[in-house]
Ligand binder design. Structure first.
Ligand code: PMP
Length: 450
């Protein structure tokens, strides 16, 4: 086929910047002054105007093995030439079986099934639905309440924004789903500012779950969902002991605990999943992003032993030929599953999770070298994640960090900002010299900002 006939041109600014309604973007401002990426390789993007941009954010927390990895590209190309699409309702193809098995081998013992979808948001909605249905098939239909957290981010589906705790993601879309409560967030600058790693104070905030249990009667609560490390709301690291305390309270009352590992999954903390890192086992784990290194959209839900069995036993006893009335046309899509399998190979061959663990102390020192830099009121880190919190301009929350974002881009560094917090999460292939470059650029940009 003649490639030039394809409608693809990555190297020029599009003639029409207007038609695409961009997500989570101030569209008017962007279109006045667009920042466009044309290609990517390893640790870098290349902008449409031909500049190399060091990727401080693994795209959007997804390209953990860096960009355009040969093995993954080839897996995608080969698969699409053999099997472009195949359903997985009452029919299947080999790849999602292999991928599920591969991912489960990375987890500590006790997890035995994986469900596939297309994004983190779908993974969250799937996990919430599985939790509700699980209780129902076990004869506990009254367990319908869901508990999230203030400042939690669980994607943008109705389930996710209902349990999520970001005001603007919720306020335009009410009334949301019924029967949801929120635990307080654990962000406490008065006690924990400039902590290296996990904060010392705040485990007792988990006890708020007991209060909610008392308020509603715990036998009405289906599940609690938390991000082990909250990313999108500005990198909130769980206080020491906090997650275990949530686990204990859930166990006491028969409530399922869901870890949303969309950003912590696949090595970000130096272990395959945050469950290993913290030594706390949830009942359900959501993942996406690093599952395919961001190459093809895919998400998943991993279930603890006993959950899948509850559904299959129920179906066997009821004569239903379907156990879980839930799924997506593209659940286990062949091209996505192939990308996932190749991604797992790259992680393993290159020991990227171990590499993350080895780099973490260097990263921590680099993050905290910003202490004393202009505007910086807190620094947080875990694994290869950093949160750099800036003092807001009076009456203009987010303006200072947004300016830092644009200036960094001009200087060849991609960062991510949320409110006045800068979040960094580079690909796990990052070199020490590139870490120095990131923090050097950031420091000079912050020092120059009003
Ligand atoms: N959960 C968490 C913890 C996330 O960080 C995100 C995305 N940043 C999502 C869910 C949603 O994922 P997606 O954008 O793929 O729907």
């Amino acid at each position: 086929m003649d490639g030039s006939a394809l409608p693809i041109n990555l190297d020029a600014k599009p003639n029409d910047l207007e038609s695409f309604w961009m997500p989570f973007t101030w569209n008017r401002e962007f279109k006045r002054n667009p920042m466009l990426l044309a290609s990517a390789k390893g640790m870098h993007y290349r902008s449409v105007d031909g500049r190399d941009i060091l990727d401080g954010t693994a795209g959007l927390w997804c390209c953990n093995a860096g960009h355009r990895r040969e093995k993954i590209v080839q897996a995608v190309q080969q698969t699409v030439e053999h099997l472009d699409f195949a359903p997985t309702f009452q029919l299947g193809h080999p790849l999602p079986f292999e991928l599920a098995s591969r991912v489960l081998q990375m987890l500590p013992p006790g997890y035995d099934h994986m469900f596939f979808c297309n994004s983190g948001s779908e993974a969250v909605d799937s996990a919430l639905k599985i939790a509700l249905a699980y209780h129902r098939v076990r004869g506990q239909a009254e367990r319908t309440r869901l508990i999230g957290r203030e400042r939690g981010y669980h994607g943008t589906g109705f389930g996710g924004i209902s349990v999520g705790g970001i005001v603007k993601n919720r306020m335009f879309f009410g009334p949301l789903i019924n029967g949801v409560d929120h635990l307080p967030h654990t962000h406490d600058l008065s006690r924990n500012a400039f902590t290296r790693g996990q904060p010392e104070h705040g485990a007792e905030l988990a006890d708020e779950l007991e209060r909610i249990c008392t308020l509603h009667d715990p036998s009405t609560i289906a599940a609690v969902i938390v991000e082990p490390v909250a990313g999108s709301t500005g990198v909130l690291i769980p206080p020491q002991g906090y997650l275990q305390r949530l686990r204990d309270i859930c166990d006491k009352h028969g409530i399922l605990l869901i870890f949303d590992e969309v950003i912590t999954g696949f090595g970000r903390l130096g272990t395959a999943f945050a469950t290993d890192y913290f030594g706390v086992k949830p009942d359900l784990i959501t993942c996406a992003k690093g599952l395919t290194n961001g190459v093809i959209p895919m998400g998943g839900v991993i279930a603890r032993e006993g959950i899948y069995d509850a559904f299959t036993e129920w179906a066997d006893n009821t004569g239903n030929t379907i156990e879980l009335f839930h799924g997506y046309t593209y659940s286990g899509h062949p091209v996505a599953a192939a990308a996932g399998l190749a991604t797992m190979e790259v992680y393993k061959e290159e020991g990227l999770f171990e590499r993350c663990a080895e780099l973490a102390p260097y990263w921590e020192d680099a993050v905290h070298s910003l202490k004393g830099t202009r505007h910086v009121i807190d620094l947080r880190n875990l694994g290869l994640i950093a949160g750099i919190e800036l003092e807001s301009r009076p009456g203009k929350v987010g303006a200072r960090a947004y300016e830092a974002f644009r200036r960094c881009f001009d200087k060849g560094l991609l960062i991510r900002v949320t409110g006045d917090i800068i979040a960094l999460s580079p690909p796990l292939i990052v070199e020490k010299g590139q870490i120095d470059e990131m923090f050097g650029t950031l420091q000079s940009v912050l020092n120059d900002l009003d």
